[in-house]
Design a protein around this ligand. Structure first.
Ligand code: SAM
Length: 261
């Protein structure tokens, strides 16, 4: 088992339900998950208005500002001068994006939003990165520099009570994308079900990137490959499309029979 897997196993088996702080420490937070969202974001009608639920500091709200390499493909997507370079292993059938999305509006909702311009908040994010992961530490600092140049609109609030009001602020001439990544494990199953009903009633598209067991409604037919890191399930509008690595490190597209709800 790799060190990363030990941390994740610790988060799920030991910390969950006992210590949200230790669970967050073991799961970590940053821009890295953007790589697994990109193949879905890039296929939706552009431009996009992004609303992230459980956004933390909002670093996943800048998928257009980061650089990406998928698998062995030598092509690099995204701004050539971006200091954030994400690499992601992919199965052969993953639809490779032709370009990064066009984002015209970005907003986040979180019970405890973090401010990229507050040094203490950035130090907390840095502390969440595991000791040996220097590259992730460098990526975090680079993503913070990008966000500081154009800070996201972050609202302190709850994913049920406050989502409709924030969604209503999105421009109507862009495709609204409501997305969340590594968030719903922190709320009880009843709240997850109510959230699904809520988000399905809002306009736009819904992208979910959560642990495979977190929303059983979306992944009833999907099995986890215990040998690989892809333990998250990526879903578009309630339809599971891929298994993903929890830190954006891998995408494995689902076969058509697995992708049904
Ligand atoms: C592990 S972090 C994930 C952050 C970010 N989505 C990412 O991918 O790096 C989970 C976030 O969910 C937020 N959160 C948990 N419960 C919430 C709720 N009921 N409403 C809004 N945000 C919540 C936490 O404050 C935390 O910032």
């Amino acid at each position: 088992m790799t060190t990363a897997r030990w941390y994740q196993a610790f988060a799920v088996r030991e910390a969950r339900g006992q210590s949200p702080t230790y669970e967050a420490l073991a799961m970590a937070v940053g821009a890295d998950r953007c790589a697994t969202l990109l193949p879905v974001l890039a296929r939706l009608p552009q431009p996009l208005a992004l609303l992230e639920v459980g956004a933390s500091a909002g670093l996943c709200l800048y998928p257009d500002a980061y650089q990406y390499r998928f698998g062995e493909d030598p092509r690099v997507l995204g701004p050539t001068d971006s200091p954030v370079r994400l690499t992601c292993a992919v199965s052969d059938d993953v639809p490779r994006p032709a370009s990064v999305p066009t984002v015209v509006w970005r907003a986040g909702l979180d019970l405890n939003p973090l401010d990229v311009n507050d040094d203490d908040d950035v130090r907390w994010l840095d502390a969440l990165i595991w000791p040996e992961q220097q590259q992730r530490r460098e990526r975090l600092q680079a993503a913070v520099r990008i966000a500081r140049a154009d800070p996201p609109h972050l609202v302190k609030g709850d994913l049920l009570a406050d989502l409709p009001a924030l969604a209503a602020q999105a421009p109507t001439d862009a495709t609204l994308i409501i997305f969340h990544s590594a968030v719903l494990a922190y709320v009880p199953p009843d709240t997850r079900r109510t959230f699904i009903e809520l988000v399905r009633g809002l306009r736009g598209h819904w992208i979910s990137n959560e642990g495979v067991g977190v929303l059983p409604e979306l992944g009833a037919t999907v099995e986890i490959d215990s040998a690989g890191p892809a333990r998250f399930l990526l879903a578009l509008d309630g339809r599971a499309v891929a298994r993903t690595g929890p830190h954006g490190q891998e995408i494995r597209w689902l076969a058509p029979h697995e992708a049904s709800v």
